[in-house]
Design a protein around this ligand. Structure first.
Ligand SMILES: [Zn+2]
Length: 595
C-alpha cells in the first residue's frame, strides 16, 4: 500500500522544508479585507463622496458590531463583496385600501396577513439604514431580514399601514413625491401633518421619490433632473425636520447620469424596481440601484431571506470557526443548495459508496462528492491524481499516466485554518514533501476538475481548455471558499454548464470555487439525507464540512487529523475517535504514531 507511514507525522513539520521556502506567507498576508479598508478610507474622504466618515457613524450604530463594521466599508457606492452572501428582500408596496382598484393594490386585511406571515416565519423587518450598512460593510444582519417599502404617499399609508407597523413594531420606508402631498390625483395623498407625525417615529424613514414623479428621470435635462432630485430632498427635510438620506427612482428608471445626480445630492442609497427580474438587495449593482421585489413575491422572500455570513476574524482571509448553515438559492431559475461554514475535511474511503454512507459515522454536517476517480476498476478507491485525506493519513500519489493528463487543474490544499487552490504541476506536486513546501501543515489534498470561480469572478469558456463536457448542461458538484472565508460545498439542482454556474456562484458571494466530479457522481449529503433528485453514482472520496472545533479541543489534540474528531480531549481519545470514521478504513497504527 502506498503512502504508509507518511501520514500522521508525529514529529513537527520538517524544519528544513519550512526554512528553505516561504510557502504561503506572502500569499496569505494579502488580506482582501484589509486591502479594501485602505481603499474605503480613501474613497469616503474624497471630495466626490457624499458620505464622509463622521457622517456615517449614526448609520453604522444600528449594526451589531460597530467597531468591526466601520473600517471595512467598501468605497461608496460599491457593495462589499461579503454582502453578496446575504439575501435581503426589499418588498415594494403601493396603495393599501379597503377596495382594490388595480392588481397591485393591497387591502388592509391582506397587508396584516403579510405581517403575520413575516412574524410566523421568523423574519426580522429591518430599517433602510441597516440594509445600507450591511451592503456597505458585509456585516451580517439578523438571520432572516426583510425591508418593507411603500411608494407614492397614499392616504392609506397613514390610515392602515402606519398603525399596523406600530402594532407589530416593524420599520418601514415611505417614498414621497412632494407634488402629491396634500393633493388628490384620483386617490388622496398624505398631508404634511400626517407625514410629520410619521417622520417623527423612529420606525419610519422618509425617502424622496422626486417632485413630479416623471416616468423616466433619464429623459429630463440636467436642470430639471437636479430639481427633481435635490429640491425634493430639501423640501422634505424642511417640511418634516428629518434628514432624507435615500432616494427612490420613479418607475424604477435611472441611468448613469441620474445616479450621478442622486449621488451629487448627497443621498446614501437609491432604490429601484424591475418588472422583468426578481433580485434580492445583495445582488444589486451598487448602493445607488438597490433592487426590490413586488409585494406579491412575499413567499419567495420568506423562503430565501438570508442575513449573510459572520465576518472573518480581523486580519484573516479564512474563517473555519463559524457554524455550518444551509443556503438555498434560486438564481436565474437555477436552484443551488449550499452548505457554508465549519471546517473542510476530505475523506477517502476504501471503495465506492454514497456520500451519505461515507459520512455516516463522522461528525460531518454535510458533504459533497470529491475528486475524480479511476473508472478502470469496477470497485476501487483509486483516484485520478494524488490524494491525501485526514481519515487515512496516507498520501497516495497519482499514477504517472493519469497525472500527465491533469496538469493545470486546481490542486486543492487544505490546512487547519485555510485552503489554497493552485495549478497542479505533475512534476512538482506528486509527493507529500512537495505539497508541504506549498503548505507546511497541509492535512488534505487532491486534484479537482476546474476553477468555476477565481478571485470572486466566474471563468471564461477558454479557461476550461479541454475539460470534457464543461459546456454541457449537467448536475454539478463544487466546493470552495466564500467571500467571508468560509468553506462551502454544494450542487446545482438543475443541469447547468460550467461557465454559467461560475457566474451564479460569483453572484452568490463565492470567492474561489472548484468543480468536483460532476454529472452522474454529483451528490450532496446532509447527514443521512441525499439532497439530489436522483441516485448518484457511488464515489470513494468526499469533501465534508465538520463542525468548528472548540479551541480547547484543538489544543489538546496533537495531530491535525485528531482535531476533526468530535469530543476528542486527549491524544488517545483523539485516535480512538477516528476508528469508526469511514467504511473499510483502518485507524492509523498507534505504534507508528507514537514512535
Ligand atoms: Zn412611484
Amino acid at each position: 500500500m502506498l503512502g504508509l507511514g507518511v501520514g500522521y507525522a508525529a514529529e513537527p513539520w520538517d524544519r528544513a522544508l519550512e526554512s528553505e521556502t516561504q510557502p504561503f506567507g506572502a500569499k496569505c498576508s494579502v488580506n482582501p479585507l484589509v486591502a479594501q479598508t485602505a481603499t474605503a478610507d480613501a474613497g469616503s474622504l474624497g471630495s466626490s463622496g457624499p458620505a464622509p466618515a463622521a457622517d456615517q457613524a449614526p448609520l453604522f450604530s444600528s449594526v451589531a458590531d460597530t467597531l468591526v463594521a466601520l473600517p471595512l466599508a467598501a468605497p461608496f457606492p460599491q457593495i462589499h463583496p461579503q454582502a453578496r452572501l446575504g439575501r435581503v428582500p426589499v418588498l415594494m408596496y403601493h396603495d393599501v385600501l379597503p377596495r382594490k382598484e388595480v392588481f397591485f393594490d393591497v387591502t388592509p386585511a391582506e397587508f396584516e396577513a403579510h405581517l403575520q406571515a413575516i412574524q410566523e416565519n421568523g423574519l426580522t423587518p429591518i430599517s433602510l439604514d441597516q440594509l445600507v450598512a450591511h451592503l456597505a460593510t458585509g456585516a451580517p444582519l439578523p438571520p432572516k431580514p426583510v425591508l418593507l417599502t411603500f411608494d407614492d404617499g397614499y392616504l392609506g399609508h397613514y390610515e392602515y399601514v402606519y398603525p399596523l407597523l406600530k402594532k407589530y413594531g416593524y420599520p418601514g420606508v415611505f417614498s414621497i413625491y412632494t407634488g402629491k402631498v396634500e393633493r388628490d390625483y384620483g386617490r388622496p395623498g398624505l398631508t404634511w401633518a400626517q407625514l410629520r407625525e410619521m417622520a417623527a417615529d423612529p420606525l419610519v424613514a422618509i425617502a424622496s421619490h422626486s417632485i413630479t414623479h416623471p416616468k423616466n428621470l433619464a429623459d429630463l435635462d440636467d436642470q430639471e433632473l437636479r430639481w427633481e432630485v435635490t429640491t425634493s430632498k430639501r423640501i422634505l427635510e424642511e417640511k418634516l425636520g428629518v434628514s432624507v438620506k435615500h432616494f427612490v427612482y420613479p418607475e424604477g428608471n435611472y441611468d448613469e447620469r441620474v445616479k450621478a445626480a442622486v449621488r451629487q445630492a448627497g443621498y446614501r442609497s437609491a432604490l429601484t424596481m424591475s418588472n422583468q427580474v426578481d433580485r434580492f438587495a445583495n445582488e444589486s449593482d451598487d448602493l445607488l440601484s438597490i433592487a426590490r421585489l413586488g409585494q406579491s413575491k412575499l413567499s419567495m422572500a420568506i423562503a430565501q431571506s438570508d442575513g449573510g455570513a459572520p465576518l472573518p476574524p480581523l486580519g484573516s482571509a479564512f474563517n473555519f470557526t463559524a457554524p455550518v448553515r444551509k443556503r438555498q438559492l434560486e438564481l436565474d431559475g437555477v436552484s443551488l443548495v449550499l452548505f457554508a461554514g465549519g471546517r473542510p475535511v476530505t475523506l477517502h474511503a476504501d471503495s465506492r459508496y454514497q456520500v451519505s454512507e461515507i459520512i455516516a459515522n463522522t461528525p460531518a454536517v454535510a458533504a459533497v462528492d470529491g475528486g475524480f476517480f479511476s473508472m478502470k476498476y469496477l470497485d476501487s478507491n483509486v483516484m485520478i491524481g494524488p490524494v491525501y485525506s485526514q481519515n487515512t493519513g496516507q498520501f497516495v500519489p497519482g499514477s504517472a499516466w493519469d497525472i500527465s493528463k491533469i496538469g493545470g487543474r486546481p490542486l486543492v490544499l487544505v490546512g487547519p485554518d485555510r485552503a489554497e487552490f493552485v495549478p497542479f504541476d505533475p512534476q512538482q506536486h506528486n509527493t507529500l514533501a512537495r505539497l508541504r513546501k506549498l503548505m507546511p501543515d497541509v492535512t488534505d489534498a487532491f486534484v479537482a476538475g476546474a476553477w468555476l470561480v477565481k478571485d470572486g469572478k466566474g471563468r471564461s469558456p477558454a479557461s476550461f481548455r479541454d475539460l470534457f463536457g464543461f459546456d454541457v448542461p449537467r448536475h454539478r458538484a463544487f466546493w470552495g471558499i466564500d467571500q467571508a472565508g468560509q468553506p462551502v460545498v454544494g450542487v446545482s439542482k438543475e443541469r447547468i454548464d460550467s461557465v454559467a454556474l461560475g457566474e451564479l456562484l460569483s453572484r452568490a458571494g463565492l470567492r474561489e470555487v472548484v468543480m468536483l466530479d460532476s454529472g452522474a457522481s454529483a451528490s450532496l449529503a446532509h447527514g443521512e439525507e441525499l439532497l439530489v433528485d436522483y441516485t448518484p453514482r457511488p464515489v470513494p472520496h468526499v469533501v465534508a464540512l465538520f463542525p468548528p472545533i472548540e479551541s480547547e479541543m484543538a489544543q489538546s489534540c496533537e495531530f491535525p487529523i485528531a482535531k476533526v474528531a468530535a469530543g476528542c480531549n486527549g491524544r488517545d481519545r483523539c485516535l480512538d475517535a477516528l476508528t469508526a470514521f469511514v467504511p473499510g478504513v483502518q485507524p492509523p497504527n498507534q505504534a507508528s504514531v507514537r514512535r
